[in-house]
Design a protein around this ligand. Structure first.
Ligand code: SF4
Length: 267
């Protein structure tokens, strides 16, 4: 496990399992699916099992120790190779052996650890393309009193995914963020930013083979909407090849050290 992730908007990344199934056009070039194919793993699709990542618990304990040592709160993105709110699936180990545990058991244990206050110095960014499942799988207590160190997010790529998925995200109590990545079309987020329903917006174009067109003006519009509504805005990338234009070099974070979520400017 690399300690520091290459994903610019988080400090750490952790995965409970690897594997998923594509749900919308945002998934077309899913890098996690590409990696799994390269590794020859049959953990993709509706009918295949997922692969348990046994080091997840050790990683989180280590992240917690390091953050506590720094007297800091470190964001942890869960997960880059899975969707935490996917419907339950069987699990295999590294050797392909079917386990008795399911993805649902892992998720329950993880959420229980958070409820028990095991990770006071970690702030979990739970990003999903299945926000309609969040209330189905979080503990009952989170529905009225969500943990202060969890933020729920959904990925949207155009206006129709925004309209559909944000409606579901808003049914979840607690802090919320949006990942507009890969952005595939112009869209507006004002209906949700104006009433302060969203705490953070991440934007970026697609990278890698088969990347789809991205117009930096789409990102400028979202930057301006965030500025107008005082919502933290993080521009991640054009396509990882072209440089980020000067006026899009905006990398604001929500403030995870304060419940007020004040904006802290990085650049
Ligand atoms: S939901 Fe995420 S992990 Fe799953 S296929 Fe889509 S992009 Fe990949």
């Amino acid at each position: 496990m690399a300690l520091n992730t290459k994903i610019e908007w988080t400090k750490r990344t952790a995965n409970l399992w690897h594997g998923c199934v594509k749900v919308n056009e945002g998934c077309n070039n899913c890098y996690a699916a590409t990696w799994s194919r390269r590794w020859g793993q049959d953990i993709w699709g509706a009918d295949n099992p997922r692969k348990m990542i046994a080091s997840f618990w050790i990683d989180l304990d280590k992240f917690q120790r390091l953050a506590a040592k720094d007297n800091a709160v470190h964001p942890v993105f869960v997960g880059s190779m899975m969707d935490i709110f996917e419907n339950p699936k069987p699990l295999i180990d590294n050797n392909g052996k079917i386990l008795e545990t399911t993805t649902d058991d892992l998720r329950e244990r993880f959420f229980q650890n958070i409820t028990d206050g095991k990770y006071p110095n970690l702030d979990f960014l739970l990003l999903t393309k299945r926000p309609s499942n969040i209330n189905k799988y979080i503990p009952e207590s989170w529905k009225t009193s969500p943990p202060t160190n969890v933020m729920f997010g959904t990925s949207v790529v155009n206006q129709s995914t925004a309209n559909n998925l944000i409606t579901h995200l808003l049914k979840v109590k607690g802090r919320r963020f949006l990942s507009v990545e890969p952005q595939l079309a112009r869209l507006t987020l004002l209906p949700w930013l104006r009433p302060k329903l969203i705490d953070w917006v991440i934007v970026g174009g697609e990278s890698g083979q088969g990347k789809r067109p991205f117009n930096t003006d789409w990102a400028r519009q979202l930057r301006d909407e965030c500025k107008f509504t005082k919502t933290p805005y993080f521009f991640k990338q054009v396509d990882k090849v072209r440089p980020i234009p000067h006026d899009l070099q905006v990398r604001e974070f929500y403030d995870n050290t304060s419940p007020a979520n004040k904006v802290s400017k990085q650049s």
